[in-house]
Design a protein around this ligand. Structure first.
Ligand SMILES: [Zn+2]
Length: 82
């Protein structure tokens, strides 16, 4: 997702939901969130997402799965280039 599109999308989410996002929204957002995290970037709404994850085992499970996959890909770039 392009950064600008992403920013606009998350702004829309936070216009409708002041403090919380629902699971569907969060799960749409998770790949970009984990990707940023792996790359050492901090997104504007990291704290809100982390709070949701702490209270939601379902989303936490998806987050952890994505985390493993994205980290594995990030750590093994040379193997796919062969
Ligand atoms: Zn959730």
């Amino acid at each position: 997702m392009a950064e600008e599109t992403f920013t606009r999308w998350i702004e829309q989410v936070y216009t409708t939901e002041e403090h919380e996002i629902d699971c569907k929204q969060l799960q749409n957002f998770l790949p970009a969130f984990v990707d940023a995290e792996v790359n050492g970037e901090r997104l504007p709404h990291t704290a809100v997402i982390q709070t949701h994850l702490q209270h939601c085992p379902d989303c936490q499970e998806i987050y952890e799965g994505l985390n493993l996959v994205i980290r594995a890909e990030a750590e093994l770039p040379s193997l796919t280039m062969d």
